[in-house]
Structure formats: structure tokens, C-alpha cells
Design a protein around this ligand. Structure first.
Ligand code: XIL
Length: 389
């Protein structure tokens, strides 16, 4: 990889996005310029030299703890609200909005020269109870549901217009089966049909023409041995582009588990395949979970897993760095202390780059060294094959 060429390309892409978006962060800082007050060995400073944004999911609660806020500000150049932009949180009662959490994160990001990934507009989970109850008991018809979704997207995207770099517009529409397809039984497709996906992208684009709009899903980047779900994601976004829907990128969540097979080569090929459609790619929710002693201490139960966890983080990051169209790499929480993993995957944890006491783990140092090599030019192997006479 020619690192200098890559930097110019990627920095240009980031700059264009900011300029189109009119985001308040359109400064030299937003384009990865040097900050004297920042640690030059931080993930964000090293990543800035490569043109890749390095991000974390976080929450207003985490940012009230100074040590955590310092890590978010010092190490990352991109922030995703883990929950604060989901419909359940922003409109807990119909017509009554609570933007407080989202606003705090947006203000924090602005103060720290960070861009924001908005997450997520159309998902079957974390919907407000008034909505799911109304649909369940028939007081909200499908045509009213469609209007409510249109209104939700317009309200939320307009409210943050110019402040969001990427929106995860549609999240997790595909089945885990082989072949994979749009799941006809999940909430949105079940009620509004598959066409809701293209509509959602159009509505989001109307509300903020400068934001880059993503389709986001898990198991669509090297995770599944059959690659069936990545194939389905590729077919889905290609179909959306063919219809003229304003899709600009694919978000590969990147929730890995060391007990399952995973191929970094396949991930890179998947990234390249999405990019071949003219799309940007983002790794949006990277974490690598493994079995641990307990949810409090999160010490891996096997020394092999202790090796596999940072290895998979590093391989994911290297695949992202290898493809210029991959514009960001976000970890789904930076510390095991507030990772979603122990609460959802029984017996598992240790999924992030920092331990429960906020100490950087081997995964952090692996990522740091990958970024350093990418930033300053990795030594390349010479062409060693003996030429035929
Ligand atoms: C998770 C959050 O991290 C949890 O705090 C919440 O309880 C459930 O959702 N895929 C996604 C994310 O797209 O929004 C999910 O986040 C994790 C899986």
C-alpha cells in the first residue's frame, strides 16, 4: 500500500464529506491535522495520518467519569452514541422528545474536534413501547406506521442536520440463514414491506443532503464461513443503488467472537466488494468477545483466547487500513467496564481494547502499532520470487 497516496485520497474524501455536510467541525483539525496538545502516539493522531477516522461508541453517563471522558477525547476522532439516538430514547412518549443525551454527545464531539456517526434510524430493536404496542393492538395501522417512520426520520435527521457525518439509516434487515435475505418477519419489512429501506434512505437524504447514509449489519464482513450474509448485503445495496436510492456506504458492525471462525482476508475482500460499487465502508461496532471468569473482572479463561482477542482486533483494523474507501473504524465501547457483551452473551466479555479498570490491553497496543505502521509506512517485503530466466 502506498501510504502517502492513501492519505491524500482518504483525507480528500473526509474533507469533501465535511464540506458537503456543512458540519461545524470543518476545520483543519477535522481533517486530521496535528494537535500540539494531543499525544502523537494516541490512536486518533496516528489514524489521522492515514485518513482513517477511529471511533468509539459512548454514552453521556460514561462521559461524566473524567478518566473515561479523557480517553474518549484523547484517543478517538469519531463518536457514536451507543443508544441516545435510537427511537426509544428520543421519543419515549409519542410527541414528547428527549434529545438531552444526544445533544450532550454532539456537544462533546464538537468540543473535541470529533465527527459523529448517527445510530440508528430504522431498526427492529429499541423501538418505543407506544409504537410497538399501538402496532400490536391495531391502533396504529400500517399506513400510519409508515407516516410515523417518515416523520421520525425527518424530525431526527433535520434536528442534527449538518452535524452528523454518517447516519446508520437501516440496521440489521438481513437473515442469518444461507442464503440470506431481507427478513420478512422483522418489524419493518413485516409491516411496510422491503420498499421501506429505499424510502428510509430517501427521507433521510431529504432531511440532510450532506450526511453520508449507511446500511449497517453484523456478519457481513468475513465472519460467516459461507459469506451468505455478506452476499445478501452486497445484493441489497447494489439493488438500492440501481433504484437510485441515496445510499453512500455499508457499515460492517464487526462483532467478533473468538470461538467462531473468521477470515480477515475475507473481510478485506468484502470491504473491497462494497467499495467497488462506489460506496464508502465503515467498521461500525468492532468488538471481540471471549469466555471470561466472571462479568466483573472479565479475565479470559484460556490463554489462547488472550492471544486471539487482540489478534482479531488487529486483523480487522489492518483490513480497514488496506482499503482507502474504508473511512472509519469504530469500537463498540472502549472499555470492558461498559461493554454490552457481558449483559448479552452469557459467560463472555473482554471484548474491548481497555480492561475494566481502564488500562489499555494488548488489543489497544496492537491497534496502536498497526496505525503507527500505516501512518509512517510499513516496511515492505521485497519481491522475493525468483524470476524465471
Ligand atoms: C446495543 C447497546 O450497546 C446496548 O447498550 C443496548 O442495550 C442494546 O443495543 N447492534 C447494534 C447496536 O446496532 O445498536 C447494539 O447496541 C449492539 C448490536
Amino acid at each position: 500500500m502506498d501510504v502517502r497516496r492513501r492519505s491524500v485520497l482518504a483525507a480528500g474524501a473526509a474533507g469533501a464529506a465535511v464540506a458537503i455536510g456543512g458540519a461545524g467541525t470543518a476545520s483543519a483539525a477535522a481533517l486530521g491535522a496535528q494537535h500540539d496538545h494531543r499525544d502523537p502516539d494516541s490512536l486518533r493522531e496516528l489514524a489521522g495520518k492515514t485518513g482513517l477516522r477511529i471511533g468509539t461508541a459512548t454514552s453521556p453517563q460514561a462521559l461524566t467519569i473524567p478518566a473515561r471522558a479523557a480517553i474518549v477525547a484523547g484517543q478517538f476522532s469519531l463518536v457514536t452514541p451507543g443508544n441516545e439516538m435510537k427511537w426509544q430514547v428520543v421519543e419515549p412518549t409519542q410527541g414528547v422528545f428527549d434529545w438531552s443525551g444526544a445533544d450532550q454527545l454532539v456537544a462533546f464531539a464538537k468540543a473535541n474536534d470529533q465527527l459523529i456517526r448517527g445510530h440508528t434510524l430504522v431498526w427492529h430493536n429499541q423501538l418505543p413501547t407506544w409504537l410497538t404496542t399501538g402496532v400490536g393492538d391495531g391502533t396504529i395501522s400500517d399506513s400510519q406506521l409508515r407516516d410515523l417512520l417518515h416523520q421520525h426520520i425527518t424530525t431526527e435527521v433535520s434536528r442534527f442536520r449538518g452535524k452528523i457525518w454518517h447516519w446508520d439509516v437501516c440496521n440489521e434487515f438481513l437473515t442469518d440463514s444461507n442464503p440470506s435475505m431481507i427478513d420478512p418477519n422483522r418489524f419493518w419489512a413485516a409491516h411496510l414491506g422491503e420498499g421501506v429501506i429505499a424510502d428510509a434512505f430517501r427521507w433521510a437524504h431529504e432531511a440532510d443532503p450532506g450526511a453520508l447514509l449507511f446500511y449497517n449489519d453484523y456478519n457481513i464482513g468475513g465472519e460467516d464461513g459461507s459469506n451468505a450474509k455478506a452476499d445478501a448485503a452486497f445484493t441489497l445495496v447494489r439493488g438500492l443503488l440501481d433504484q437510485g436510492a441515496p445510499v453512500h456506504g455499508v457499515g460492517i458492525q464487526g462483532h467478533l467472537d473468538t470461538q467462531f471462525g473468521w477470515s480477515p482476508q475475507r473481510l478485506q475482500q468484502d470491504i473491497e466488494r462494497y467499495a467497488s460499487l462506489g460506496l464508502k465502508v465503515a467498521i461500525t461496532e468492532a468488538d471481540v468477545r471471549t469466555f471470561v471468569n466472571n462479568a466483573t473482572d472479565q479475565v479470559p479463561t484460556s490463554s489462547l483466547e488472550l492471544f486471539a482477542q487482540p489478534y482479531e482486533f488487529s486483523e480487522m483494523l489492518k483490513a480497514a487500513l488496506a482499503v482507502p474507501e474504508c473511512v472509519s473504524f469504530t469500537v463498540w465501547g472502549f472499555t470492558d467496564a461498559d461493554s454490552w457483551v457481558p449483559g448479552v452473551f452469557t459467560g463472555e466479555g473482554y471484548a474491548t481494547p481497555y480492561d475494566v479498570n481502564l488500562n489499555p490491553k494488548p488489543a489497544y497496543f496492537a491497534m496502536q502499532s498497526d496505525l503507527r505502521l500505516a501512518a509512517f509506512g510499513a516496511p515492505k517485503r521485497a519481491h522475493t520470487r525468483t524470476p524465471h530466466p
